[in-house]
Ligand binder design. Structure first.
Ligand code: SF4
Ligand code: SF4
Length: 346
């Protein structure tokens, strides 16, 4: 079966069957925001949510991950951490799935990253399609991530009293196998689905003032734009924008050694290009001094360098950087500012 239907009243029993396969993580309300966390019952999740504080990237590349433990006195050869558990990520937005697809490109590059790839193999993704904007910060239509383009095992689309279930992998097939309450898509529901998608497409509009090829062009020509000076003056260097981004993948490797110096642990931790000393080298020179050049670098990593290297935009339009920015720097306004400048309206 490629497309099935499940009544909302049957979601509890389906969810319980998923739990038997391992832990399930999903979007949950936390104060005024949402986070991905461990879920025990379907009703604990909020499937209508604005993007979570941290993207589900945290399950593929944890903020701090143990690489191995070592012993110095007496010395013992260290063994890499390789045991990862199987689990399900439920209710992932299409923009965050696009973020995981960007990470896949990076961590599959030679030499491939065994920790990332082993984790990925163990994770099953059940996505949820957005039928309207989560809020005004999102720019998903500009990069086309409001539409799913693979990278998931099952995708759910809300049809009112039921969900459309798109099965996209063998893993996905296992999750619905033998579930009599998930029936095959019929013609009448197909028409209803088409209508819902027609309505959805009317709601999403390119949030940038130009299509992506023109956006790429302004990035080619806009390296010395005054836009970066303005952004640099406002930025307070908190690094939030890079910490929450689903496609930022920089990390550092650190050793924690015990006080008696006999053993320790090597970990990798997230690192951010917005940190003051990120581009400073041992002899003291800083290749990106100041917040303007550092912010420009962040944008160029999303809209130019990744396009040149991988033919892929590394912005999913999730809006997290704007939503979290202490200085109210907006990605949409920055990109549109560059476009205005090129068109002589700056
Ligand atoms: S740059 Fe901002 S909008 Fe784009 S993917 Fe990163 S956090 Fe989301
Ligand atoms: S979140 Fe805003 S203030 Fe903080 S580093 Fe990013 S752009 Fe600067």
């Amino acid at each position: 079966m490629k497309h099935g239907i499940i009544l909302k009243s049957d979601m509890d029993q389906w969810f319980d069957s998923l739990k038997k396969r391992g832990k399930v993580y999903g979007p949950k309300k936390k104060e005024s925001a949402f986070v991905f966390g461990l879920v025990h019952a379907f009703k604990e999740m909020s499937l209508s949510y604005i993007p979570t504080i941290l993207p589900p990237k945290k399950y593929y590349l944890p903020p701090k991950e143990s690489l191995f433990k070592f012993k110095i006195k007496p010395y013992e050869a260290a063994k890499a951490t390789t045991a990862f558990e199987e689990f399900i990520l439920f209710g992932v937005h299409t923009c965050d799935i696009a973020g995981i697809q960007c990470m896949d490109v990076i961590f599959n590059e030679n030499p491939a990253d065994p920790n990332y790839l082993s984790r990925k193999e163990k994770i099953t993704i059940i996505g949820i399609e957005c039928l309207d904007y989560c809020d005004s910060y999102a720019t998903c239509a500009s990069v086309g991530t409001h539409i799913h383009k693979g990278g998931y095992d099952i995708m759910l689309t809300d049809l009112g009293t039921a969900y459309l279930v798109h099965i996209n992998s063998e893993k996905g097939e296992h999750l619905i196998k033998g579930k009599k309450y998930i029936r095959e898509l019929d013609l009448e529901t197909r028409k209803k689905w088409d209508k819902i998608i027609e309505e959805k497409n009317k709601k999403f509009k390119n949030e940038f003032k130009a299509e992506l090829p023109e956006v790429s062009k302004v990035f080619e020509e806009g390296f010395f734009s005054p836009v970066w000076e303005d952004v640099g003056k406002r930025c307070v260097g908190c690094t939030n924008c890079t910490a929450v981004c689903p496609t930022c993948y920089c990390f550092d490797v650190i050793d924690d050694v015990s006080l008696n110096l006999s053993d320790g642990e090597r970990s990798r931790v997230w690192s951010y290009c917005q940190m003051d000393d990120f581009a400073r080298v041992a002899t003291g020179e800083d290749f990106r001094p100041g917040r303007g050049p550092r912010q420009r670098h962040r944008y160029f990593r999303k809209f130019k360098y990744s396009v040149l290297k991988y033919n892929k935009y590394f912005c999913t339009g999730c809006g997290r950087c704007t939503r979290t920015c202490m200085a109210k720097i907006s990605l949409k306004e920055t990109v549109n500012g560059l476009l205005d400048e090129k068109r002589g309206k700056g």
